[in-house]
Design a protein. Structure first.
Length: 318
């Protein structure tokens, strides 16, 4: 286990410029063509562009099908704005293909309208998902410690529940159950559609009386670290959720309680997002950070649960 206490610099590659004008475009005869061309440059094709002034959503290419994380609006027949709610990115497109003050002001107003509309819909969708989560959780039974996923990961169920053979991982925010992660017997994981993830997390162990708290990505990693250390562990479910969850923890916990980010080591993934986001979270709240070093050379291991399994295989082979 490698531990780093120095301050890590934020990952510049993950920062997004808001309200940035779209790069120079060729001149188009219609805003539909201009917007379609701009979207195609981002890998988004086949949309029937509407110029009715309403906000329309589409799938972002870097997320699962049906995510509807992209949006666009055409407030006039000369200007359009599109963006992605999960990154905060926003781009302006004009028929002329060049920047002008009138188009910029129209884009600003359209973007403000789009943000308000997205926020209202997001809150409504998350409220519906939270209600579904509470109903599903209430109807579920305690998880079977022999569930195939738990057996494969070598951990106990802790606070999980189970329904129809599917494990339920609760996600809390502001002490309220806001969503669930569903884990099937084959390890397939799904979140509730439109459920809140940012700032939400699942706890393994108890924070009361703790002197040291770990923060991880996955639930199985949290369970493994808790069983090995006895410390409470907070699972954030995603690398880019480490920072908002860590911020909340640091704000709510007493100053003397140590926090360690137990980051994934995504060494096979360009940019190593697990370690990059982990270092960023540690920098933001002044925490220590630790990450796994693997004895294997060609395996796909990336987190502390993988490390335990990898070391177990090595000992068996020896």
């Amino acid at each position: 286990m490698q531990t780093e206490t120095r301050k890590a610099r934020p990952p510049m590659g993950n920062r997004t410029r808001y309200d940035a004008p779209h790069p120079a475009q060729d001149k188009h005869t219609t805003i539909e063509a201009a917007l379609a061309d701009a979207l195609a440059s981002r890998g988004i094709t086949g949309l029937a562009i509407r110029t009715d002034g309403d906000v329309h959503r589409f799938d972002a290419p870097d997320k699962r099908r049906g995510n509807l994380a992209g949006w666009y609006v055409c407030p006039t027949l000369e200007v359009a704005v599109f963006g992605f709610w999960h990154t905060g990115e926003q781009q302006t497109v004009t028929v002329a293909g060049e920047h002008d003050p009138i188009a910029a002001e129209q884009a600003r107003q359209a973007a403000a309208k789009a943000r308000r509309g997205r926020e209202v819909r997001r809150q409504q969708e998350q409220a519906q998902a939270a209600q579904q989560a509470r109903q599903t959780w209430a109807a579920a039974a305690p998880a079977d410690h022999l569930h195939p996923y738990l057996t494969a990961k070598g951990v106990q169920p802790h606070n999980l529940r189970q329904r129809d053979g599917t494990l339920l991982v609760p996600l809390y925010a502001e002490k309220e159950l806001v969503s669930l992660q569903r884990i099937h017997a084959d390890g397939t994981k799904r979140f509730l559609t439109r459920g809140r993830i940012k700032g939400a997390a699942s706890l393994v162990g108890r924070l009361a009386g703790a002197g040291h708290v770990y923060v991880t990505e996955g639930w199985a990693t949290a369970a493994k670290i808790h069983e090995a250390s006895g410390c409470p562990v907070v699972a954030t479910m995603a690398a880019n959720n480490l920072e908002p969850v860590a911020r909340t923890l640091r704000r709510n916990l007493a100053a003397h309680i140590a926090i360690t980010i137990a980051a994934d080591n995504d060494r096979r993934t360009p940019g190593n997002p697990g370690l990059t986001y982990g270092r960023h979270a540690a920098e933001i709240i002044g925490a220590d950070i630790t990450w796994p070093r693997f004895p294997c050379e060609d395996c796909a291991c990336s987190d502390f649960n993988d490390l335990a399994a990898c070391e177990g295989r090595k000992e068996t082979a020896a």
